[in-house]
Design a protein around this ligand. Sequence first.
Ligand SMILES: Nc1ncnc2c1ncn2[C@@H]1O[C@H](COP(=O)(O)OP(=O)(O)O)[C@@H](O)[C@H]1O
Ligand SMILES: [Mg+2]
Length: 263
Amino acid sequence: MNRIGEVLTVGHLVKAYGDRAPAVDDVSFSLSAGKTLALVGESGAGKSTIGAVVTGTVAATSGTVGVCGEDRSRPARSARERRRRGLQLQLVPQDPYTTLDPTQTVGDAIAEAVSLRGGARNGRAARVADLLAMVGLSDAHRELRPRSLSGGQRQRVAIARALAPEPEVIVLDEAVSALDVSVQAQVINLLNRIQRETGTAYLFITHDLAVVRQIADDVMVLRAGRIEETGSVDSIFGRPRSSYTRALLDATPRPGWQPAQSG
Ligand SMILES: Nc1ncnc2c1ncn2[C@@H]1O[C@H](COP(=O)(O)OP(=O)(O)O)[C@@H](O)[C@H]1O
Ligand SMILES: [Mg+2]
């Protein structure tokens, strides 16, 4: 089923690595344009596996994945198809330090992602400048390389690269988990603003429920590869039905909690 506005649909997804018990077992959900679905659960619950299947880096054992109404359950057959898929869905990884090319400047890294969409070469520099501004970096960052950036700045570059092809969906796997709390809040504000401006949908994978309230519309709680419960942020945080969800919430700092400032 494909309702208007659904940019990602996952149906009865199963992923088993080798002959072990499935890491993901019969998971179904959908995500609409302009919305954020948080995928939460303990380490090993299967969150990253779902993200990897959706982004096409891991093949499903069974089940369906649709992005913008197109079937993604089989790998891309050609470079052209991979490019098309990149225009629909992008990934922001946990640690962009390992995915950004250390020899490439910020400007070149973003320009490379801009070129995925094609279009006139002479418009690209302006687009890079727009993207830098969108993620709160300045022209001065353009010539820097990843080692000269802070963790928060690298994450902004990764977000700019993901936004460059104007995808309908961005998968963020623990994208702010490595950042300290104040930088985390800045990046989340940035993601919220970008979503309002562009209507991009986010699949926001995290083990940290403290950030979920700040970004998500809906939450899916995973437990050992299966859906434990799913609902709006208000219902999951306000009236969790399962004891597993309650235990996750109890292990999470309360809203309004502020860490002691260091330094
Ligand atoms: N490439 C892999 N090969 C074998 N097992 C894996 C692989 N990736 C993940 N797993 C296993 O699948 C389960 C789910 O892992 P993962 O999706 O990374 O969970 P999460 O992101 O929620 O921590 C874990 O038991 C993990 O050990
Ligand atoms: Mg993970």
